[in-house]
Each structure stands twice: as structure tokens, then as C-alpha cells.
Design a protein around this ligand. Structure first.
Ligand code: CR6
Length: 792
């Protein structure tokens, strides 16, 4: 390893050891690790070719990867070797790990899920490709200026990306606009503009190096050659114009996870990566098949949300226009290849494109969508329409073009059947299935939480990393004092580390003995960070009034970004920061309560925070959080959850036991009913003196003395349009928090409850989720060899 690192330092970075920076060392280490991936990778590809196995294609607009050095080293079993090699070279492994920028090619849960799935697909030995966009700028960097969120561009590619292999020879021409000519029954699309999609491949190696798959990300390049004529004339701007235009397509990630931006560039991004992926998989298929009708036996294409829903029409287009398959047959064949995952019921997130826009950008696809619509109406008269008024509804398109549609938790899938796709579900009653989300145990326990991971391995061996259900054996330890002490000591160690980091990065001193209560996720009204900060104020009031009463000291930690155009979410951020300033400066409560909001929450920050959490906040309005995956990461790492009956919380509670979960709030059903009650929020506020006081303080400017009316709008909304029922759930949330305080005061009991969480979270491994997709949707098998290796 030492030689390999030095070789890359010299030959790949062009540096000698004496003049190398941490960055150089990090790139050299990454390249040395990448070298070790290649054999596994080639072997897997060879095996797939030889066996002719069906391949899975996971199409996703987002892959929220984070850092790769530690995960890669861990999966390859090379962590110790890497540490030793670097130590002998006089370098610090930890510092090198910290030098890596996050690959933040995603917004939140949906993107992180795709990254967990890539790890599980490889760990299970399922031949698979992830397809997405190689954004030049990932999710924006967040700073706070006087408490407000300020966004700046993220620049991960301004450094060398050591993990990827550029494939300039893999290129596809992607057309936009133009017109369609019909001639002797054949359609010819003449695009007005074309860009090139070129591939960059990142190998993804599973646990124990068992198997290697590929994450192929597309980058946009100009089709036209550089305009030398304009350049020579001195018109430099014109010379570079087509280039700039083309590159815009893969320039930035849209920074919104739940609202449909409806922008032409977004549509182009979606078609760009989807078309390139479909062309690429067809080329691979045709290199060893001559009959396109065999396609459904060879490929399973999964659409991660509707963002790649144009895959249906694109596949049909290629079959009809380039392979002479009749339209109806092509639609059927495409459907057999496609699966669609729905990730939300929020109406503002269901993609719709204006017909005029779609027809202008993708004229042939609009014709095909009309053909799909006709085919559906002919077979199922009265079926919900794809084209409605002047919009194309991508959810309906994805549903109709998929042979399976899945929700991401049991509750969410039921609601999908009852609400958004109720009519389509009646027509196609077997199409909707559930695949509850999961998380990879490699990143989310094994590498992010060394103290707990080592303790677990000492106790039950290392098998749990590849087979998380083995954690069940820990249930036997919930009465074992020595083990519980060791379990608490691991948590304590993580909390001390976090306290050090917070002292350094936020200049706030927190006590590791206090309860660490954490809410990290995108800022959204439905996730109700607002309710959390209101409860914080209420608690502070009561602590301040009676500082000598029996209180459980707490640190409330928040993390998360708001979409740049989401005004209310940005106000909530501002409020949390304003409240933090006031509370953290109160001398009376200084040993009882602190509020911390480190800026720029990302995957790496999650890896620091989650292992140190005592309490996990999963408090969305019931019926709104499709699944959640952060909830799973916390419980696996031994935090107790305070939560509503929403998304995967329901299943987590069933698995860990209702006595080890703090439940509160209205159910999804009750939420719907409550909204019909006239004046429900005013009534809830009036019935709660505690909440009335808190809202009054914010309204008077207690937390914003320089701008007392800053939150008038925000508070006014709670009185009149409290769509997310913050006011209705507030009292039940506050009371449950006091129960949490009480339980926390008995450390032995708390530790036993926390252990029950860790021990019973095995089912939430993304390995289990992927096995579900493989069985119910893709009809593919894991490599037999890998299965044997992993299960011993
Ligand atoms: N925002 C859901 O809201 C779910 C993930 C992954 C989300 C969240 O509950 O866990 O997907 N939905 O399934 C979308 O992104 C549309 C999310 O991350």
C-alpha cells in the first residue's frame, strides 16, 4: 500500500513526498484504493457477460454519495493497511479523510437512498448500473449571515475526482427541439439542437469486495466543433456560446427536493440523462442479442421518482423509429422493462409539464405520449389521463408505463393506493407494491460509528455488517449491566467527539452528559422544525422560571438546508438561529439548555451527528413523510425516537417495540379530519396557555429585538392556515418530551431501551430493501457466489 500511494503521488499527481499537500496525499490514497477495486470490478463484469444475467439499471436524477475514502477502504478491508502505510509515510489518515469534499449530487432522502442502493446492489452481487448526472456543482453550500441562510456554489469538481474513469469514447447525441417528419408510416425526428452525453464511471464495490458495479454519470459536451471562424474574427463570446449552452445541462443540481420547478432546463436535464442511459443500455443489450423483443428478459429499469419518466416514451421511440417494432407492441415491451418508485404524495412535488413546453423540447415524445394515452384509453376506457388540460402528468405516465409501481413504506404505499393513484390502482390492482426504504449498514453503522461497531463485533462477530438481522442477538444483552455500560460508554465517546467539534466549529460549549436531541433533514413545513423550536422556547420559559426544579439538561441540535426559493423554510432557519442566540446567552439556563445549528448540513455532518444522538426527532405531520431514512440511521445507532405515526416510523416502532419509542400526535386519518374543523388552529392555540405564551413572545420580538415584526407572517399563518397542524400536535409533543426527560434520568433503563433499538433495526438494512425489489419488481437473482461468501 505504501509503495502504491507513493507511486500515485509521483506518477499521477506529479509530486514528491516532501512537497505534497494533504490534498495530494488524499488523491494518491484514493487512486491506490481505486486500483484495488479494479480486479473485483472486472471479475463481476466478466461473470455477468458469461452468465448472460439480467442487469438492473437504476435511473436517478440524484446520487447523494458523500465521501468515499473510508467507505471504500472499509468495503475492501483495507482500513488498517491504509492507516499503517500512511503512518509510515508520516501522514495522518484522519486528516486525509477530512480533506475529501462530499459528492453532494442530491438534495436529501431520495438521493441518499440511491447511494445506499448502489452499496447494497454491489454487496448482494446483483449486476447493476446506476445512471445519473455528473453535476459540476452539487447541492449549494449553506452559510448563515446574521442567522439567515446564504447560498454559494458548491465546487467539488474544482479538484481532481480520483474515483472516476472518464470515458470520452462513450458518447451519445441527445437531441432537443426541431420537428418530426412522417413519411410512409415512419417518423423522423429532426432535432434543432444536439448535445453530447459523455460517460464518467465510478466503480462501486460491495462489502468484502464481493462484487463491483458501475455508477455511470453523464456530462454534457457541445456537439458542434469550436467556432474558430468567430474566434479569429475576434468574436470570442460567439466562439464559446454553443459550448457554454451545452454544458449548462450538467452544470447544476436543482436545489429543491419537493417542488416541481417546471423549468425548461430541468426538463432538458431529465431527458438528457434518461436518453443517454437508455441508448447506452440498448447498445449493451444489442451487442449480444439480435432480437429486441428479448429486452425484458435482459434488463430491469427502475425509475427513481418521475424525474426519468421520459424513459418510457424514449424506449418506445427507439423501438418504433429505429427497430420497426409496432407501436402497441413497443409500449408493452417497454412496460415489461420498467418499474417506477413514488417518493411523495405532496401535490406540489408531482411533476407536470406544460404540453407546449414538452412539445417544443421533445416533439416526437409528445406524439408517443399521445399514442400511450390512446393505447391506455382503448384498453381501459375512462382511465385517468396522462394529458390533462394543457399539462402532461408525469406520475400517470410513469404509472402507465411501468409493470410495477412502489411506495417506500407500508403507510405511504397504502396512501398511494388510496389517494394519488386510486383510480389507476382500481384498473391495475396488482401493480402497486411496497418496498420499505432501508439504509446501508456499512456507512451508517460500521464506518460512521467505530465505538459501537467495535463493541457489537466483539460481542457477536462481524457477520452483522453483511447481514444486519444478526444484531437481533444483542437483545439477550438488554439485562446485562456490563454490556449496557459498555454500550453507554460508546455513546458517551461519540458525544464527547461531537462536543469537541461543536466547540471548534460553532464556538458553543455543550455538556456531553446532557441529552443530545437532534433534528437533521431538509427544512420543510411538513417536517415541522417549527414545532421543535416552539417546544424549545416553551421548555426554556419553564426552565428560566424555575431553574432549580428537576430538569434534564438538553442540547437541541438542528441541521438542514432550505430550498433557495422557499421563503417560509428560510424564515424557520432564521427563527431557529435567533432563538439559539437568546437561549445560549441566558445565564439562568446555561447549564440546562443549548441550541446548536451548525451550517451546511451534509452527509459527512450526518455521520458525525447520528452516532452521538440520544433522541431522534421524526415529527412530520402524519401522512406527509413518505418514509424517512434518517429515522432508521438514528435508531440503528442507538437513539430513541420521538415521532408521529408517519412513513417508516410506523414500521420502526413495530420492530423496536412500542415501549422503546416515544409516540405522539394525530394520525394520518385524524389529520385529514381535523383540517375540516373550522378554526381548528385558533382553538388549539387558545386551549394551550403554553403555546399562546411562546407565540406571543415571538410576535413581540423577544428573539428579534432589532426587527420585532420579523415573524409576524410566520406566526399569523399558524393562527389562520396551519396546514401542517403544528398547533394541534404541540401539547402532545411537549408532554411527550417531558416523558422523554423523565426516562432519560434513569440511564440504565435508557441504555436498555436504546439497545433494543439497535438490536431490532436489522430489517431496515437496504440489503433487505434491494432483495425486495429484486424479487417483486426486477426478477433478478444475486450472484450465487457472493451469497455464499457473505453468509459463509
Ligand atoms: N424528500 C421523501 O420525502 C423519503 C425519500 C426516499 C423523499 C422521504 O420521506 O424517505 O424521498 N421524497 O424515499 C422525495 O424526494 C420526492 C425525500 O427525500
Amino acid at each position: 500500500m505504501k509503495e502504491e500511494i507513493l507511486k500515485h503521488l509521483r506518477n499521477s499527481q506529479g509530486k514528491d513526498a516532501a512537497h505534497s499537500s494533504v490534498y495530494d496525499w488524499r488523491v494518491a490514497l484514493s487512486l491506490a484504493l481505486r486500483d484495488r477495486m479494479v480486479d473485483h470490478w472486472f471479475r463481476s463484469t466478466r461473470e455477468t457477460y458469461e452468465s448472460g444475467a439480467k442487469r438492473v439499471y437504476y435511473l436517478s436524477m440524484e446520487f447523494l454519495i458523500g465521501r468515499l475514502v473510508e467507505d471504500t477502504a472499509a468495503n475492501l478491508g483495507l482500513v488498517q493497511e491504509a492507516k499503517t502505510a500512511l503512518a509510515e509515510l508520516g501522514q495522518d489518515y484522519e486528516a486525509i479523510v477530512l480533506n475529501e469534499p462530499d459528492a453532494a449530487l442530491g438534495n436529501g432522502g431520495l438521493g441518499r437512498l440511491a447511494a445506499c442502493f448502489m452499496d447494497s446492489l454491489a454487496s448482494l452481487g446483483i449486476p447493476a448500473y446506476g445512471y445519473g448526472i455528473r453535476y459540476e456543482h452539487g447541492l449549494f453550500k449553506q452559510d448563515f449571515v446574521d442567522g439567515s441562510q446564504v447560498e454559494t456554489a458548491e465546487t467539488w469538481l474544482s479538484q481532481r475526482n480520483a474515483w472516476e474513469f472518464a470515458r470520452p469514447e462513450v458518447q451519445f447525441r441527445i437531441g432537443f427541439g426541431g420537428h418530426v417528419e412522417h413519411h410512409e408510416g415512419k417518423a423522423h425526428w429532426h432535432p434543432w439542437e444536439t448535445v453530447l452525453a459523455t460517460a464518467y464511471d465510478t466503480p462501486v464495490i460491495g462489502w468484502k469486495g464481493s462484487w463491483g458495479n458501475t455508477l455511470r454519470l453523464w456530462s454534457a459536451k457541445p456537439e458542434a466543433k469550436f467556432d474558430l471562424k468567430s474566434f479569429n474574427r475576434g468574436d470570442y463570446l460567439a466562439a464559446g456560446r454553443s459550448e457554454a449552452l451545452a454544458r449548462t445541462i450538467s452544470r447544476v443540481l436543482y436545489p429543491d427536493d419537493t417542488t416541481d420547478a417546471g423549468k425548461e432546463l430541468r426538463l432538458k436535464q431529465e431527458y438528457f440523462f434518461t436518453a443517454a442511459s437508455i441508448m447506452d443500455l440498448l447498445r449493451r443489450f444489442l451487442s449480444d442479442h439480435d432480437n429486441i423483443r428479448e429486452l425484458p428478459n435482459a434488463v430491469a429499469i427502475q425509475l427513481n421518482d418521475t424525474h426519468p419518466a421520459i424513459a418510457g416514451p424514449e424506449l418506445v421511440r427507439l423501438m418504433v423509429d429505429e427497430h420497426d417494432v409496432p407501436m402497441a407492441e413497443a409500449i408493452g415491451l417497454a412496460r415489461q422493462c420498467l418499474g417506477y418508485t413514488n417518493h411523495t404524495l405532496l401535490p406540489e412535488a408531482l411533476e407536470r409539464w406544460h404540453i407546449g413546453l414538452l412539445g417544443r423540447v421533445l416533439p416526437r415524445h409528445l406524439e408517443i405520449i399521445r399514442a400511450i394515452e390512446d393505447d391506455q384509453q382503448a384498453k381501459h376506457p375512462g382511465s385517468p389521463r396522462i394529458l390533462e388540460q394543457d399539462h402532461v402528468r408525469m406520475g400517470e405516465l410513469a404509472f402507465i408505463m411501468a409493470h410495477k409501481v412502489n411506495g417506500v413504506s407500508a403507510l405511504h404505499t397504502d396512501l398511494v393506493k388510496e389517494t394519488v393513484f386510486a383510480d389507476l390502482n382500481r384498473i391495475h390492482p396488482k401493480r402497486i407494491v411496497n418496498e420499505t426504504n432501508g439504509i446501508t449498514p456499512r456507512r451508517w453503522l460500521h464506518t460512521c460509528n467505530a465505538p459501537l461497531s467495535e463493541l457489537v463485533t466483539q460481542e457477536i462477530g462481524e457477520g452483522w455488517v453483511g447481514d444486519l438481522e444478526q444484531l437481533k442477538a444483542l437483545n439477550q444483552k438488554s439485562g446485562d449491566r456490563t454490556f449496557l455500560d459498555a454500550f453507554s460508554a460508546a455513546k458517551r465517546q461519540n458525544k464527547e467527539q461531537l462536543a469537541d467539534w461543536i466547540a471548534q466549529s460553532c464556538d458553543i460549549q455543550i455538556d456531553p452528559a446532557a441529552m443530545f436531541d437532534i433534528q437533521i433533514k431538509r427544512i420543510h413545513e411538513y417536517k415541522r422544525q417549527l414545532m421543535n423550536i416552539l417546544e424549545t422556547i416553551a421548555l426554556w420559559n419553564e426552565m428560566h422560571d424555575a431553574p432549580n426544579a428537576e430538569w434534564t439538561p438538553r442540547v437541541k441540535i438542528f441541521g438542514g438546508k432550505a430550498a433557495p426559493g422557499y421563503h417560509v423554510a428560510k424564515q424557520i432557519i432564521h427563527l431557529i438561529n435567533d432563538v439559539a442566540r437568546v437561549i445560549n446567552n441566558d445565564r439562568v439556563t446555561k447549564d440546562l439548555l443549548k441550541v446548536v445549528y451548525p451550517p451546511n448540513y451534509n452527509v459527512t455532518m450526518a455521520e458525525r451527528l447520528i452516532p452521538a444522538a440520544d433522541l431522534s426527532e421524526q415529527i412530520s405531520t402524519a401522512g406527509k413523510e413518505a418514509s424517512g431514512t434518517g429515522n432508521m440511521k438514528f435508531a440503528l445507532n442507538g437513539a430513541l425516537t420521538i415521532g408521529t405515526l408517519d412513513g417508516a416510523n410506523v414500521e420502526i416502532r413495530e420492530h423496536v417495540g412500542s415501549e422503546n419509542f416515544f409516540l405522539f400526535g394525530l394520525t394520518a386519518q385524524e389529520v385529514v379530519e381535523r383540517r375540516h374543523v373550522h378554526g381548528f388552529s385558533r382553538a388549539a392555540i387558545e386551549a394551550s396557555p403554553r403555546l399562546t405564551r411562546v407565540l406571543g413572545q415571538i410576535f413581540e420580538g423577544v428573539f428579534s429585538p432589532s426587527d420585532p415584526s420579523r415573524y409576524h407572517g410566520l406566526i399569523g399563518t399558524l393562527y389562520d392556515h396551519d396546514y401542517f397542524l403544528v398547533t394541534c400536535d404541540f401539547d402532545s409533543y411537549f408532554d411527550t418530551q417531558r416523558r422523554v426527560d423523565e426516562v432519560y434520568r434513569n440511564p440504565q433503563n435508557w441504555a436498555a431501551m436504546a439497545l433494543r433499538n439497535t438490536a431490532n433495526m436489522g430489517w431496515f438494512s437496504s440489503d433487505r430493501t434491494i432483495k425486495g425489489y429484486a424479487r417483486d419488481i426486477w426478477q433478478v437473482n444475486a450472484s450465487e457466489k457472493v451469497r455464499l461468501e457473505l453468509t459463509g
